[in-house]
Ligand binder design. Structure first.
Ligand SMILES: [Zn+2]
Length: 79
């Protein structure tokens, strides 16, 4: 991962590269043409590519975060 925070469409090259692991957020494989983002989450190893609908953009940090992870962080702040 190059560390840049971005959103892109799954093409054949990315599909081959990321589908050995699949999506770390939901465990499903990616599909050609799907919108995906590089996001941080509860998994190990820093930012990873996940489905766009499983991530939210965190204005505070300026990067995408996995939904579940983001909700946990927000709850912690509010309490
Ligand atoms: Zn997913």
């Amino acid at each position: 991962m190059d560390g840049s925070n971005k959103k892109f469409i799954m093409d054949l090259e990315h599909l081959n590269r990321f589908n050995s692991e699949g999506c770390p957020a939901c465990g499903q494989k990616f599909t050609l043409g799907e919108p995906v983002v590089v996001a941080c989450g509860a998994w190990e190893g820093g930012a990873k590519v996940i489905h766009e609908n499983e991530a939210v953009f965190d204005q505070r940090t300026g990067q995408f975060v996995e939904r579940k992870c983001h909700a946990a962080q927000t709850n912690r702040v509010l309490r």
